[in-house]
Design a protein around this ligand. Sequence first.
Ligand SMILES: [Zn+2]
Length: 332
Amino acid sequence: MRGASILLALALAACGGGGGGGEDLGTAVAGTVTVPPAPKPEKPPTTWSAAYSGNYTSVSYDRGIQYVVIHTIEGTAAGAISWFKNPDSNVSAHYVVDYGGAITQMVQDKDIAWHAGNWDYNVHSIGIEHAGYAYKNYWTAAEYQKSAALTRWICLTYGVPMDRAHIIGHVEVPGATHTDPGPYFNWNYYMSLVKDEPADLATSYKAMEVTTSTLNVRSGPSTSYSVIGTVLEGQRYVRLSSSGGWSQIQYKGNVGWCYDGYLTQKTGVTGILVTSDALNVRSGPGTEYAVVGTVAIGQRYALVEGANGWKKIWWGGEERWVYGGSTSDFAM
Ligand SMILES: [Zn+2]
């Protein structure tokens, strides 16, 4: 899919026709109403510091920007800037965002930076590196805000849709061997900022409680999708996203959708974020209990209670336990 086209609604004031008494007015005269162009957002301030010319591909044709790829450096912004200037690195990114929100541009938007590990995605994307680590929550509000302002500008300038199919993590690039930006990156918060919607880092994930005895969980956001399971009254799930009056939740290690009419938001709820891959889910709080399934890194569940370093969660209709050392708490 190439970039979205922007549809400008042109109001045409048609004169003539519809006159009274069967009068034939001949050729209708069309007048046009001039619609002022939507104001272009300003590009956030950037500092230019060129990558080594052998670490990217300079092109003179329109490369068709379709994606923004989000990365973590696994180190500092200064480290990334130095590395992209190093002739030995053979890597680069268009932008580097520091913890304080300072943005360094190292490759021109028109050129192909080498960041995605996939040539087709390199050709059609803009890569943004961020100070920090995939497996440490060093993300700062300034970093989120400035990066999101940059991504918003990229989307509006090049016609990249503001959705998760086009604003992706390095981990989501086909064939990726990297896992950045990692489980701590708050996609809900980031996407709200990109779309210029009200956003609050602390509450961008919502705790939803089931208000009917048994509620279907479906594979998509309508009753036309198949039922993949059920959740029960009083149980709580983390709303990952929403669509048309349905909430997306984590369900037994996967995702599912529940109708919002039988969910109510609760505040003051603790959620857990899974920070290890393929974390065992057990029937009780210890390794002597049976493994009943696994959860994946980046998944979010509502906490029932904690005990002796173990955490009880609503795992999908059932209360189950995971090792607390492989999770981190967040507030909803
Ligand atoms: Zn990366």
